[in-house]
Design a protein around this ligand. Structure first.
Ligand code: SAM
Ligand code: SF4
Ligand code: SF4
Length: 386
C-alpha cells in the first residue's frame, strides 16, 4: 500500500521583523504568529526500509528517545523569563479548547512514539496541572512501557500529588527559582508564596513521586543568590536541585547574553562552600551535568544550555498543545499531526510522518546561537512545552 505523505505543505515563516529589544517597548504577541504557522519545512517521506530501523536516527545520528508533551498553553504564573506579564496579559488569546489534542489523541500519538523507541515521556506546558483531569491522561500513558514524568511549577502539587501517583506517575520535576519569598514572588510575578511550592514538594515526596528534581532558572541580577541558598537547603534532602542557564526561548522575554549566569560560575559558588566532584551521566543524552557533595550530602546539577550547548546529544521531540511536532525548542514552526489525526490517518501513516520528520532533522540551535539568532522569531516555551 502506498504510504500517505502528511508533510507536503510549504514552509511559511511568521513574524519577519525582529521583536523589540524590550518587551515593554512595543506590545506584540509573537506567540500568536508562531501558532498560526501551519507547518514546518517540507519533508520528503522516508523510505520504508529506513523507517524499519529503530530507534530512528536523525541526520546528525541522534536517536529519538524522548517526547515532551505540552498539555496546555495556560499558566497560573507569569515567570519573567517565560510568560512576561505585559505580553501574556488579560488580552492574550490562548488556544481554544477544540484546538487542544484530546487525551485520547495524545495517548495515541504517544503510543506511536513509544513503539518507535521513545523511552521517556514528560508532561509539561504551560502548567500541566491546570489541565482538567490530568490524572486521567497520566493513567492512560502509564500503561505504556515508558518512563513517565511531569514538570510543574508546584502551585497545585500539594493538592494533586497523591492522585498523580495513584494514576501511575513515576516522578515529578518541580520548578522553583528562589527560597526567599520576595525573590520568588518577583520571579513568578503573580505574588505566589514560596512556602506553597515547598509544601507541594513535600507532598510529592510523601506520595512517593521521588526522587524529586527541583529546577531553578538563574538570571543575572535577579536570583544568583538562590544558587547557594537552594543548594544548602536541599543538601541531605534526597532531592536534586538543577540550576538552569537562562535561555533565549521564545521571543518575548527580552533575553540578553549578559543575563546568563554560566553554569561553571554556579558550580564554583557551590563548590566554595561545599566541595563537589563530578558524577558520570546516568545515560547518553542527559541534559544536566551531575555533581555530588564530597561529604555525602547528595547531588546537584547544572543545565548549561547556553554556555556548553549539548545539541549533539539531543534526543528530544516536542508535541505542542495543539498537536504540532517540534524537533527543537528553538524552532520557528512545527509539523501538524492533529490535522491528519482528525482526518482519519491510520497509525502507519502517522508513524511514517513522524519518522520522516525525525530522519530529516538537523536542528542544533544552541550550537549556532548568536545575538542575532536570539532575536529571531521562535515559538514560546509555554506553548511548545519546556
Ligand atoms: N510550568 C511548568 C514549570 O514551570 O515547571 C512546566 C513548563 S515550564 C515552560 C518548563 C521549564 O522551563 C521550567 O523548569 C522553567 O523554569 C523552564 N524555563 C522556562 N523559560 C525558560 C528560559 N527562558 N530559560 C531557561 N529555562 C526556562
Ligand atoms: Fe508558567 Fe512554567 Fe513558564 Fe513559569 S516557567 S510561566 S510556571 S510555564
Ligand atoms: Fe536540542 Fe534544539 Fe536544544 Fe539543541 S537547541 S539541545 S537541538 S532542543
Amino acid at each position: 500500500m502506498p504510504r500517505k505523505c502528511l508533510l507536503g505543505l510549504p514552509a511559511i515563516l511568521g513574524n519577519a521583523s525582529p521583536p523589540p529589544p524590550s518587551v515593554t517597548a512595543t506590545r506584540i504577541i509573537p506567540v500568536v504568529d508562531a501558532r498560526a504557522v501551519p507547518t514546518g519545512r517540507t519533508v520528503a517521506p522516508a523510505r520504508d526500509a529506513d523507517l524499519a530501523v529503530l530507534p530512528w536516527h536523525d541526520r546528525l545520528q541522534r536517536p529519538l528517545r524522548d517526547l515532551r508533551i505540552s498539555v496546555t498553553d495556560r499558566c497560573n504564573f507569569r515567570c519573567v523569563y517565560c510568560m512576561p506579564k505585559d505580553v501574556f496579559d488579560a488580552d492574550h488569546v490562548y488556544l481554544p479548547h477544540g484546538d487542544l489534542l484530546s487525551f485520547e489523541e495524545i495517548a495515541r500519538v504517544a503510543r506511536i512514539f513509544v513503539d518507535a523507541g521513545v523511552e521517556k515521556i514528560r508532561l509539561t506546558g504551560g502548567e500541566p496541572l491546570l489541565r482538567r483531569h490530568i490524572e486521567r491522561l497520566v493513567e492512560m500513558l502509564a500503561k505504556l512501557p515508558v518512563d513517565l514524568t511531569l514538570t510543574t511549577n508546584g502551585a497545585l502539587l500539594a493538592r494533586k500529588a497523591q492522585a498523580l501517583r495513584d494514576a501511575g506517575l513515576a516522578r515529578v520535576t518541580v520548578s522553583l527559582d528562589a527560597l526567599d519569598d520576595p525573590t520568588f514572588r518577583r520571579m513568578n510575578d503573580v505574588d505566589f508564596p514560596v512556602q506553597d511550592v515547598l509544601d507541594g514538594i513535600d507532598a510529592a515526596a510523601a506520595a512517593g513521586l521521588a526522587p524529586i528534581k527541583v529546577n531553578a532558572v538563574i538570571r543575572r541580577g535577579w536570583n544568583e543568590h538562590a544558587v547557594t541558598q537552594m543548594a544548602g537547603y536541599f543538601r541531605h534532602s534526597g532531592h536534586v536541585v538543577r540550576f538552569i542557564e537562562y535561555m533565549d526561548v521564545g521571543a518575548t522575554n527580552g533575553w540578553r547574553m549578559d543575563d546568563v549566569v554560566p553554569a561553571r560560575e554556579m558550580i564554583a559558588a557551590i563548590d566554595a562552600q561545599w566541595p563537589l566532584e563530578p558524577v558520570a551521566a546516568h545515560y547518553e543524552g542527559e541534559v544536566a551535568q551531575r555533581w555530588r557533595y564530597r561529604d555525602g550530602a547528595g547531588e546537584v546539577g547544572v543545565i548549561a544550555s547556553v554556555t556548553q550547548a549539548f545539541c549533539r546529544d539531543c534526543t528530544r521531540a516536542r508535541l505542542s498543545t495543539d498537536g504540532k511536532l517540534y524537533t527543537c525548542l528553538f524552532a520557528t514552526s512545527g509539523h501538524d499531526l492533529r490535522g491528519p489525526l482528525r482526518a482519519g490517518a491510520d497509525d502507519a501513516a502517522l508513524r511514517a510522518a513522524i519518522g520522516s520528520l525525525w530522519l530529516a532533522r538537523d536542528d542544533r540551535y544552541s550550537e549556532v546561537r548568536t545575538a542575532a539568532t536570539a532575536r529571531a522569531p521562535k515559538v514560546e516555551m509555554s506553548y511548545i512545552g519546556g
